[in-house]
Design a protein around this ligand. Structure first.
Ligand SMILES: Nc1nc2c(ncn2[C@@H]2O[C@H](COP(=O)(O)OP(=O)(O)OP(=O)(O)O)[C@@H](O)[C@H]2O)c(=O)[nH]1
Ligand SMILES: [Mg+2]
Ligand SMILES: [Zn+2]
Length: 371
């Protein structure tokens, strides 16, 4: 639930420039003088079923899509999402705007849409840094972090792991060490949104990181961290049930905020399923030690699945490398290939359907001409 603070509206408390919102030369270059004369650049700060809220830095607008944009979209991934920059025709009297163009994205965090592995879902666009939030309790799951890391590297953003709820645990170092085997050099921050541990460090990092998105399971404390950083209780937080520290989904829509001290944050609802989406190179990035060993395998395309002369298997044999890390890598790789083949199949079917339609249209034209 996205709850605005009851006393003050967002517009009254925050006056920002486009630059504060993350506007930069990459987007500037896509806008001509002609565009500027007709439209205003704005960033999508909230979206639900093709209804949008846009920010121009100084003001927020209700946004709707121009029909042309929707018709031209080949898939949902083409439509604007939170974090996108768009060109819109604004109507100041109504505080509303029509979106005419989505600017090209610098990065996008995608997963396979839940339950529909042949469709890409973009979770957030134009993100520079992804905070992978997990907590010191049952949510702590290295295999899930590996998945998120692969997707983050693939997205073009830089990952940072955040271990939240430090107040619930006295032995941070053991957990940190476990995480290090998976994070592989990615920064790991330990925080407590409730007690304040690590918040100054987090703030400083976000201030200098462009647009930062918080991702992770429901209940790990993403919205609570944002409230702590923004300095009020703008984001709804659900109390945790007795005997169940996993929490319930309380954030239902993605939303973008400007921080008072600089930096832009995107809150997202907890994700139950993080299926890979075309994460081939992201996977290689997320398992750098395997890539480093693989150059010594006898076969260039070694799958490290029992081939002779496999350097990864040899390292495991010598006890230099944990076998479950390789298992995990191979499982994710299989998943990625499987999803890609499903996607290719559905793309092929789509092309066939399209070609049939086109042929039909041509036949019809000939028929009409002969009359
Ligand atoms: N002990 C402790 N509890 C925390 C901390 N941070 C958040 N919580 C609690 O965890 C629960 C869930 O927090 P949220 O911020 O709603 O979690 P979320 O990640 O936004 O969850 P979704 O919006 O469902 O994805 C709330 O009851 C918070 O008070 C922390 O640092 N320590
Ligand atoms: Mg939340
Ligand atoms: Zn090998």
């Amino acid at each position: 639930m996205v709850r605005a603070s009851p006393k003050r509206s967002r517009e009254e408390t925050t006056v920002h420039s486009l630059d504060d919102l993350g506007w930069n030369p990459f987007f500037e270059r896509q806008v001509t003088d002609d565009d500027r004369a007709r439209w205003t650049p704005a960033r999508v700060v909230w979206e639900a079923r093709e209804r949008y809220r846009l920010s121009t830095g100084d003001l927020e607008w209700h946004g709707l899509l121009a029909g042309r944009i929707r018709h031209a979209a080949r898939s949902c991934a083409d439509l604007p999402v939170v974090g996108d920059w768009v060109l819109a025709a604004v109507r100041p009297a109504e505080r509303s705007a029509t979106i005419h163009r989505r600017l090209a994205r610098r990065s996008r965090f995608s997963r396979a849409a839940a339950g529909r592995s042949t469709e890409e879902q973009i979770v957030a666009a134009n993100v520079d840094t992804v905070l992978l939030v997990t907590s010191f309790n049952r949510d702590f799951n290295l295999r899930r972090i590996e998945r998120y890391l692969a997707l983050t590297w693939e997205s073009g953003a830089r990952p940072v792991v955040v271990l939240n709820k430090a107040d619930l645990c006295s032995d941070h170092e053991t957990w940190r060490a476990e995480m290090a085997s998976v994070s592989q050099g990615v920064p790991v921050l330990v925080t407590s949104a409730l007690r304040g541990d690590g918040i100054a460090e987090l703030n400083e990092m976000i201030r200098t990181s462009g647009t930062t998105a918080l991702l992770g399971s429901s209940g790990v404390g993403k919205s609570t961290l944002i409230n702590t950083l923004v300095g009020d209780s703008r984001q709804g937080v659900m109390p945790i049930r007795d005997g169940d520290d996993r929490g319930r989904h309380s954030t239902t829509a993605r939303q973008l905020f400007c921080l008072p001290r600089g930096g832009v944050l995107i809150d997202t609802p907890g994700m139950r399923e993080v299926q890979l989406w075309d994460a081939d190179s992201g996977l290689e990035h997320a398992f750098p030690e395997i890539q480093a060993l693989a150059v010594s395998c006898r076969f260039r395309d070694c799958s490290h699945g029992g081939e002779p002369g496999c350097a990864v298997a040899a390292a495991i044999e010598r006890g230099e490398f944990p076998a479950d890390r390789l298992d995990s890598y191979r499982r994710l790789q299989r998943e990625d290939r499987f999803l890609r083949s499903r996607y290719d199949d559905s793309a092929r079917l789509e092309r066939v359907r399209y070609a049939k339609q086109a042929a039909k249209a041509v036949r019809l034209q000939y028929k009409l001409r002969r009359r």
